[in-house]
Design a protein around this ligand. Sequence first.
Ligand code: COA
Length: 239
Amino acid sequence: MNGFETVLYEKHQSVAHVTLNRPQALNAYNVQMRDDLYEVLSAIRVDDEARVVVFSGAGEKAFCAGADLREFLTAPSAVKARKIRAVRDLWKLFFSMPQPLIAALHGYVLGSGIEISLFCDIRIASEDVVFGLPEVGLGILPAAGATQTLPRVLGLAGSLDMLLTGRRLTGQEALAMGLVNKLVPRDKLMETAEEMAKKIASYHPAVVQNAKQAVRRGMDLPLDQGLELESRLASQIKR
Ligand code: COA
């Protein structure tokens, strides 16, 4: 699987690597990237050999500087955008991925960049990382779930602070707030992500996927239903 315009895909042993690849535009998210990611994730989703997925950004300056603002100015109407989303909902696909997703973040992680990382289960960042949600200041709402996914990670206060003020967070702030799991030197970023991915990939895939599902789905359930879910998922594991 290869030959995408905006995304690089590789698989090393059981770890799939998806690299956002528009470094000349700081990996800004455009329609082509949406289509490429949709295709790549659809394939990974059903690939038993891909046990963990690592997302990263090409180039020195950014994981992703948000939506492509040049394309944004020529975007189709809201009605057309909604229709496209109904048939090709990348964010729903991200959310439905059974494998653990790890985001390896460096440089600018803005707008859709943060939103992609919030669909990941683990976020590792390098010390040069800069997070921000500039949407409200640009007169729009985040379109890829941040109003829902961010509070589930940061809680109410931190999310509203980021969203309403658009202020940027350093890596240290992001670590203190719990937005990232780990902060590492830039030259250790991919190595750290790879190491973590390999460790998870060495565990029984059904156990790993059910554990992810139990936590992810359980977050949105009352405790008694969450406990039932856990017990159901545990009983599915064959020994
Ligand atoms: N969409 C399209 N192109 C983008 C982009 C975006 N979101 N972000 C950066 N680029 C492009 C720039 O236009 C520039 O292209 P050029 O070399 O052809 O002029 C290139 O990427 C490098 O960006 P530049 O602005 O020169 O880098 P910088 O280090 O001076 O600034 C940022 C980096 C991230 C602060 C700045 O690019 C920026 O503010 N980008 C927009 C962020 C944003 O608001 N995203 C939308 C979220 S909804």
